[in-house]
Design a binder for this molecule. Structure first.
Ligand SMILES: Nc1nc2c(ncn2[C@@H]2O[C@H](COP(=O)(O)OP(=O)(O)O)[C@@H](O)[C@H]2O)c(=O)[nH]1
Ligand SMILES: [Mg+2]
Length: 108
């Protein structure tokens, strides 16, 4: 039996990820400032911006995940398992033959 203490807590995980990304963002800012006269400085400023966008996604609990595999590999099955609902048919035959996109917003 897994103790309650060992169960992952979404708020703690979210905070840890945001803390780490903020450290990365700060490093990128430091590098872009230090290399301002170099072309690399611009690149680090872009990295910083990208990391900040990812921080916003983690704050809003947004997840974008590509699930790509051949037919009948289990894409629909794993999508349903991740979401926790049978939103896609999953059979031993071609069921969902076109690219699908879902947007599920957390209520939190
Ligand atoms: N043995 C086994 N069968 C699986 C697994 N995942 C999915 N399947 C079965 O493989 C078949 C195709 O799965 P599906 O999710 O529809 O594949 P998709 O075409 O990639 O979306 C279904 O009959 C599933 O029940 C798995 O991990 N193990
Ligand atoms: Mg499918």
């Amino acid at each position: 039996m897994i103790s309650e203490v060992l169960k992952p807590n979404i708020q703690d995980l979210q905070k840890d990820v945001i803390d780490l990304l903020e450290q990365v963002s700060s490093l990128m800012n430091h590098a872009s400032t230090a290399l301002v006269s170099d072309s690399a400085g611009k690149k680090y400023a872009e990295f910083e911006q990208q990391v900040n966008q990812e921080i916003d996604k983690v704050r809003n609990l947004e997840l974008r995940m590509a699930i790509v595999a051949p037919m009948k590999a289990g894409k629909s099955t794993i999508t349903n398992a991740i979401i926790g609902q049978e939103i896609l048919p999953s059979r031993n035959a071609a069921m969902t033959s076109k690219p699908k996109s879902f947007s599920l917003k957390s209520d939190r």
